[in-house]
Design a protein around this ligand. Structure first.
Ligand code: SF4
Length: 133
């Protein structure tokens, strides 16, 4: 895909769900679980600070890009449980630059990560691995 220059729309008001592997990687960088994550809508997700992902810096870049969560790597491919399939997030301005091979690879990445999601005790049964902006 070809991101729109200087676009970080996908890191604004992020709703990204974290996997066990994501948490392990981010903890290994020295971040504290409480500073970058919180339970919302039944799952452990990235925390926002002033309306932006905790990891977005003042220049609009990801501070953990090399170790960013699986869902961030897969974006703008998302998995919609209600529809039971991967799709491109309509809100991404570069969504139409994702080719079929990339789409398939990213979809596989998400599906492999689904069993690794971290649920809170009172969560429901549906999962929407959607990177909402
Ligand atoms: S971890 Fe990085 S890529 Fe993912 S939402 Fe946060 S700033 Fe964006």
């Amino acid at each position: 895909m070809r991101c729109v220059p200087d676009c970080y729309l996908c890191c604004v008001e992020t709703d990204m769900i974290l996997t066990k592997e994501d948490v392990k990687n981010l903890l290994a960088l020295g971040y504290e679980l409480e500073e970058f994550s919180e339970y919302r809508d039944g799952y452990l997700r990235l925390k926002n600070k002033n309306g932006m992902c905790f990891f977005l810096n003042e220049r609009g870049a990801c501070r953990v890009y090399e170790n960013r969560p699986i869902g961030c790597r897969a974006y703008p491919v998302i998995y919609d449980v209600e529809e039971g399939k991967c799709k491109i997030d309509e809100e991404c301005p570069a969504g139409d630059t994702v080719g079929p091979e990339e789409f398939l690879e990213k979809c596989k990445l998400i599906i492999r990560a689904l069993p690794q999601l971290i649920r809170s005790e009172n969560s429901g049964s549906s999962v929407n691995v959607k990177h909402e902006t």
